[in-house]
Ligand binder design. Structure first.
Ligand code: IPE
Ligand code: IPE
Ligand code: MG
Length: 264
C-alpha cells in the first residue's frame, strides 16, 4: 500500500497548487430558500457545482478532491429530505460515472456504507471498480461519513491486526486503517455557506490543512469562487510548526520526527 507523508511525523513538500482539496459543500438549503424553492432544489443544483468543481480540478492538476456529501449526523434531518438525498446520490452515480471514467477520474466513496440501501451500496462498489484504474484525479465522496467514526474504526482495526501487542502503537500504525489512507492529507479545506466549523468531517486528516471559509452558497460556488480559494491558498505560509525565519532561510532538510516517539 502506498503511504504518504504525515504532517506531524515529518514536513511534507508543498506547492502552489494544492495536491488535495477537501470541501464541505454547504448552503444548498439556503440557496433554495432564498428563491422560495424546496430545499431539494438546492441539492439538485449542487450536483452541477460538483461537476464544475471536478472540471476545475482536472484543469488545474489537483490530484485529489474530497467532497462531504452526507454526514453521519445528517440522518437527523426530516425523513423526506434524507430519502431525496439518497435518490439524488443514486441518480448522480448512475449518470456521471461514465463521464468520470472517460476523464480519468478514480471515484471512491468513504463512510459507513452499511446503512445505505443495498442497491446504492452495489452501485457504489460497481462505480469504484469501474474507475479504479484511473489516476488523473481521485474524487472521494464522503457519505455517511464522520471523522469520529473514521478514527474509531481505524483504531479498532489496528488493534485487531495485532491482538497480542498491548502498547507502543504510533501514528504510522493507525494511518493505514483510516478510510482515506489512499490519499495524502488535504492541503486545502474549503467550506461554503458561511459556517465556520468542521462538522465532524476529516478530523484526523485536517491536522495541518489550510482552512478557507466562504459565504458563497454551494450552488453558486463557480470556477471564479474556487479560484479565489486557490489564490488564498497560494498566499499561505505553511510552517508545520517551524518559524517563518526557518522557511525564508531556504529549504531545510525535512526533519524526521520518527525518533521523538515517547513510549510508555
Ligand atoms: C449541504 O447543504 C448539503 C448537505 C448537508 C447534504 P445544506 O442542506 O446543509 O444547506 P443549508 O446549510 O441548510 O443551507
Ligand atoms: C455538513 O453540513 C455536512 C455536509 C455538507 C454533508 P451540515 O449543514 O450538515 O452541517 P451543520 O449541521 O450546519 O454543522
Ligand atoms: Mg448546512
Amino acid at each position: 500500500m502506498m503511504s504518504f507523508t504525515s504532517s506531524t511525523r515529518s514536513v511534507p513538500t508543498t506547492s502552489a497548487v494544492p495536491r488535495h482539496v477537501a470541501i464541505i459543500m454547504d448552503g444548498n438549503g439556503r440557496w433554495a430558500n432564498n428563491r422560495s424553492l424546496p430545499r431539494f432544489a438546492g441539492h439538485h443544483r449542487g450536483v452541477e457545482t460538483v461537476r464544475a468543481t471536478v472540471k476545475t480540478c482536472l484543469e488545474c492538476g489537483i490530484e485529489y478532491l474530497t467532497l462531504f456529501a452526507f454526514s453521519s449526523e445528517n440522518w437527523r434531518r426530516p425523513q423526506e429530505e434524507v430519502k431525496l438525498l439518497m435518490q439524488l446520490f443514486l441518480r448522480a452515480l448512475k449518470h456521471e460515472v461514465k463521464k468520470l471514467d472517460r476523464n480519468g477520474v478514480c471515484l471512491r466513496v468513504v463512510g459507513d456504507l452499511s446503512r445505505f440501501e443495498p442497491e446504492l451500496q452495489a452501485l457504489i462498489r460497481a462505480s469504484e471498480q469501474r474507475t479504479a484504474h484511473n489516476s488523473r484525479l481521485v474524487l472521494t465522496i464522503a457519505a455517511n461519513y464522520g471523522g469520529r467514526w473514521d478514527i474509531l474504526q481505524a483504531v479498532r482495526r489496528m488493534l485487531n491486526s495485532n491482538p497480542e501487542k498491548s502498547d507502543g502503537w504510533d501514528e504510522s500504525d493507525l494511518a493505514p486503517y483510516l478510510a482515506m489512507s489512499y490519499a495524502p492529507e488535504p492541503d486545502l479545506f474549503i467550506r461554503t455557506g458561511g459556517e465556520q466549523r468542521i462538522s465532524n468531517f476529516l478530523l484526523w486528516q485536517l491536522a495541518y490543512s489550510e482552512l478557507y471559509f466562504t459565504e458563497v452558497l454551494w450552488p453558486e460556488f463557480d470556477a471564479l469562487a474556487f479560484e479565489a480559494a486557490l489564490a488564498s491558498y497560494r498566499q499561505r505560509e505553511r510552517r508545520f510548526g517551524r518559524t517563518s525565519e526557518q522557511l525564508s532561510a531556504g529549504s531545510l532538510p525535512a526533519v524526521s520526527l520518527t525518533d521523538t516517539r515517547i513510549d510508555a
